[in-house]
Ligand binder design. Sequence first.
Ligand SMILES: C[S@@+](CC[C@H](N)C(=O)[O-])C[C@H]1O[C@@H](n2cnc3c(N)ncnc32)[C@H](O)[C@@H]1O
Length: 782
Amino acid sequence: MEKLKSVIPDPLKQIIFESNPDDLSFTCSSLLEFFNHLPLFHQMVRDLTDPEMGLCAKNKEAALKDKAKGNECFSKRDYPNALHFYSQALRVAPTDAEDMKKNLVGMLYVNRASALHKMGLFLECLRDSSRALTISPSSAKAWFRRAKANASLGNYKDATEDLNVSLKMETSLNGKRQIESELRMILDQSKQISGILEEPNDGNSEILGDEPLQIKLHSVCTATKGRGMASLSDIPQATLIHKEDPYAAIILKQCRDTHCHFCFNELPADTVPCTSCSVPLYCSVQCQLQAGGYDLCNHLRRCEFPENLSDELEDYVRQVTSVGIFSSNNEHSAEHRHECQGVHWPAVLPSDIVLASRVMMRYTQQQGHCSVDFNIHGILDLCHNYGKLSPESKLELHIYSIILSYCLEHICELKLLRSAVIASQIVILLSQIRVNSMAIVRMKIPDLKGRLDHDITSTVEQVRVGQAVYAVGSFFNHSCQPNVHAYFLSRTLYVRATEFVATGHELELSYGPQVGQCACKDRQQLLKDRYLFICQCSGCARLNPSDLFISAYRCTKPNCYGVVLDSCVAKYEKQKLNNSCGTLETRRTLKQKADMLDDDIKKVAHHLFRQTCQNGQCEPGRCWSCGSYHDIEASRATIVKAEICVSRLQEAIASNGVPFTALLDALKSIDILRMHLHPYNKRIAEVEDNVAQAFCLVGDLQAALDHCRASVEILEKLYDPNHIVIGNELIKLVSVQLSMGHHIAADDMDRLAAIFSRYYGSHADIIFPHLQYLKQRNLQTS
Ligand SMILES: C[S@@+](CC[C@H](N)C(=O)[O-])C[C@H]1O[C@@H](n2cnc3c(N)ncnc32)[C@H](O)[C@@H]1O
C-alpha cells in the first residue's frame, strides 16, 4: 500500500484528497488509468490473486508432515502437541487426499480424537470421531474411538452400538479381540451405572429460547443526526427491541486462530477447518457449512456405506454419520466461498476491505448473477460521510477499491468490474462500512470457578472479535447516554432498552464512549476520529456532573466539593453551561435536575447550577463552587511522580507477583492522588481497582474488599447507579466477599441480577454464566 501510495503523482493525489462524492467517477477513472499503466500495481495484483503464489491453499505434503509430527508427539505421550500438529494437518489437508489408501482428513480426525481422549476432552473426542465417520463410515478405528468417548461420557448404550459396528468393520483377528474385550468392559460398567449424556454438538445450541420481539420501530428524521430509530409505543425497561443477523461479517485478523470464523465464539480444542482453503477455523461443522463449506458433503455422498449390518445397526450408522451435516444455510453460503481459492487477498487485505467484498458477493448472489451494473447505494441504504474523511483516508479507499475490483474480477471472471463506476461505488461502500459497521464483541471474564481466591478483581473486558454490517441496526444513532444496549449472541445483534422509553422518543445506543467512561472532549474526539461526526447527543450538549468530576482537581479549601478544571476541560464545560443557561434549558430546570441528584453530588451541583454564565469562577484553575485557586501545574508534576509507582504495581500484577514494597508505594500514590484530585476523579477509582487486584494476589482479601469498595463508590458518582459498569464492579465485590466466606445480602444479589437483566434480559445467564455460579456459591455460604 505504502509503495503504491508513494508512486501516485502529487497532482492526482491532490484531486483525490480534495474530492467529494460527486467527483468520484473522475478521481477513480484517473487513478484506474494510472494503475493500468503501472507494472508495480499489476505485480501486486498478481501476488494477491495468483493461486500459485498463495500460501492459503491446501497442501497434502504439509499435512503429511504435520501428521507425522503429531504421531511422534502422540507416541511420546505429548498429547497437547499431538493435538496441535493434527489440527495443523487438518487445516491444510485436501479433503480428497489419501494416505495409505485411506482418506487423510478422516484419519486425522481419528488421530486427533485419540489425543483428545488422552487429554480427557471426551466431548471433543466424540465430535471428532463422528466427523471421521461422516467421511469414512466403515472405519473400525473411528467407531472404536467413538465408543471410547461415549463410554467416558457415560453413554454406554451408544458406546455398545459403536463397538458393535466397529466389530463388523474390523478385519484383523487381534482387532476383533480388542473390540470384544472393550465390549465386555462396557457392558459391565453399564450394569453398574446408567446415565445420560452429552450429545455431540455440531451446532450453536447455546442460543435457546429466544424472546419474542413485540416492539415496532420506525425510522425518523432527526434535526442533528440524520435518520434515527424511534418506537411506535412506550417501551418498558429491559425490553428486547431489535434482533438481526448481519448482512455480512468477518473475523478480525488477531482472532483468526482463537475464535470461530462464523459464529465468533471461542474455538474449542476440536476445531473444524475450512474444506477448501487453509485459513478459516470453525467451532463446528454447522458453522463451517453456514460459512460456505461444501466439499465434505460431496465426498460423503461418494463414499461407501458399510455393508452386512443388521437393520438396527444400519439405522444407527445413518444417524451417526449424518449428524447436522447437511443442514447448510444457503443465506450465508457466499460469505467465504468466493475467497476460498487459496489466493492471498482475503488473508492479506484489511478486514473491512474483505468485508466489502462479502457485501458485494452477497448482493450479486441475491441478484442471481455477477453483475457489473450493481448499484451500491441500492445494496445498503446507509450514510457514508465520504466528504468528512481525511485526505489520506480518501486516497486509501481509492487504492483499495481498485485493488478489490481486480481481485473480485478473478472470481467473477468479468473484465468490466474494472470500471471507474464500479470503483467509485466501492469507495462509497468502503466509507459506509467505516461509518456503519459494528464491532462484534465477546465478554472476557476471569474464570471464577475454583479460583475465587485468586485474581477475582480482574476487570470484565469486552474483546472485539469481528466486524459486521447490519442493514437495520445501522440506523440507531449514537448517544453518550444511551437508552438502548447492543450485544451479540453468535453473530446476531440484539438491542434492548435499558430504561423506559416513551412513544416516539429516539432510541440511541452507544458506539463506544459513554458519559462516566471518559471526559466529554475525549468522547467527541474518539467519535470524530472513528465515525467522522461531531457528537450532538444530550450527554455532550448539556452539562452533567459526571463530565465535571471525571478529570477534575480538588478544591484547596477543606470540605469544599467544588470542581477545579484544567483549561481544556473548562472550555468544553463552560460552553455547555452557556448553551444550557442561554437557550435549551432554563436555570429552573437545571435546579430541578440538581434536586434529583444524590447528596454528595448536590454539594457540587447545586452550587454549580446556581452559577450564571458570566461567573468568573468557571475559569480554569478556579473552584467552580467557591472560587479558590488551585495550582494545577504543581499538582500535575506531583501526580506524574505518583503514577510511576502505579505503573510499577500494574507491571507486578501482570507478572502475577506483587512485592510488598510495590503495594506500599501504590498506597502512598493513592494518598497523593486524593490530595490533588477531586474525590470523584476517575483516576482514583482506577488506581483503587489496581490496588484491590494486587491485594487479592497477595491474599489480603479484606484490604482488597476495602479498595474495591472505594473504587465502586467513585464509579457510582460517575455513572447511573444501575449502569452495567457498576454491575461489573459489583461482580468483583461479591466475588471477594464470597471468597472470604461472607454471605451476600439478598438485596445486593438482587441488585446485581437486576442490572444484568436490564442490559441482557433473559440472555444474562448466557453472557455471564458466572452470575449463576455466584448465586450458587452464595447459597452455599448461607
Ligand atoms: C450508523 S449511522 C446512523 C444512521 C444515520 N443517522 C443515517 O442517517 O443513516 C451513523 C451516522 O449517524 C450520524 N450520527 C449518529 N449519532 C450521532 C450523534 N450523536 N451526533 C451526530 N451525528 C450522529 C453521523 O453522521 C454518523 O456517522
